[in-house]
Design a protein around this ligand. Structure first.
Ligand code: SAM
Length: 282
């Protein structure tokens, strides 16, 4: 079968040396994700969700074995209609792109989407989660997923952080990367924004003076600020907080994992949004 043979609007590519495949493989590195303003997401369900949510697809890649699969063909048609490219590839190409032995049969390359901090105008009842210098892609992905599940508005990355569009982070979000707005800014810009936006800034801190179950989180917009995995919150950010809350601990662990602490505090802050209905396990 010849390289780059077109079947309808699908391009068949077999070689790892193909320039389009090379560009997609390069997305494993942040430098090239930034250059291309793109990222990849694996799995047909994720691709369909992203298309439904209006994300811009640049390329749909699917395994040869999926030829004739109605759902894949529909996603391919939507990609072409949106001006994107569709590639049919052998499994070895998917293995190389995803760096996985058992890759998903479908993946999409999408344009990155960032929310500008200055465009966030939180309203009464809104909760945002801010992460100070988050390092671990798994933590960031899990927080994005948790923000989605808890019905918070989005995530603000403060300072130098891991990339929300890395393959590892996107995997850990389980699709929530397409549902949760992500903004970024330096610590100073972030503090300035919290004042201008008149949000209540609640920091989580091992030495917080308030038990996390004490505050009444209802009312005005709230930002829950989480510290870096190794160092916790730096002084300047801790000082900017209206309240510093602490999650009590027993045992020998000196702290909770960042994503776990976010889940615990966020669900408490959003507790009123999930009132118990009659019959809920009563
Ligand atoms: N060694 C770090 C320190 O001294 O803060 C531990 C950081 S912890 C792994 C990462 C972040 O999770 C913390 O900065 C805080 O935001 C949150 N966190 C973890 N355990 C917590 C607890 N028991 N109470 C409040 N926040 C906690």
């Amino acid at each position: 079968m010849s390289e780059n043979r077109r079947v309808g609007q699908v391009k068949e590519v077999t070689s790892l040396a193909n320039p389009i495949v090379k560009d997609i493989r390069a997305l494993a590195l942040k430098k090239y994700r930034d250059q291309q303003g793109a990222f990849m997401a694996e799995g047909l369900k994720l691709v369909i969700d992203a298309l439904d949510l209006g994300w811009t697809i640049r390329t749909l890649v699917f395994a040869r074995s999926q030829r004739g699969n109605a759902a894949v063909e529909k996603a391919a048609a939507r990609t072409v209609a949106a001006g994107g490219l569709v590639l049919e590839v052998p499994e070895k190409v998917l293995v190389a792109i995803t760096r996985r032995d058992n890759p998903q049969a479908v993946l999409g390359v999408f344009s990155q989407r960032w929310t500008a901090l200055s465009d966030i105008r939180p309203r009464e009842g809104d909760v945002w989660v801010a992460l100070d210098r988050v390092r671990d892609p798994g933590n960031l992905g899990t927080v994005i997923r948790t923000v989605d599940a808890a019905g918070a508005r989005g995530v603000i990355l403060v300072g130098e952080t891991t990339d929300p569009f890395s393959l590892e982070t996107v995997r850990a979000t389980m699709g929530s990367i397409f549902a949760v707005p992500v903004a970024r800014g330096g610590a100073e810009a972030f503090i300035g924004w919290t004042k201008a936006a008149k949000v209540r800034l609640v920091g989580t801190h091992l030495e917080g003076s308030v038990d996390y179950r004490r505050p009444d989180y209802r009312g005005g917009p709230l930002v829950l600020l989480m510290g870096n995995e190794q160092q916790g919150l730096p002084e300047a950010l801790a000082q900017a907080c209206d309240t510093l809350i602490r999650i009590p601990q027993a045992g020998r662990a000196d702290s909770l994992n960042l994503a776990v602490a976010t889940g615990v505090a966020l669900y408490e802050a959003r507790r009123h949004a999930f009132p118990l209905a009659e019959g809920d396990g009563a």
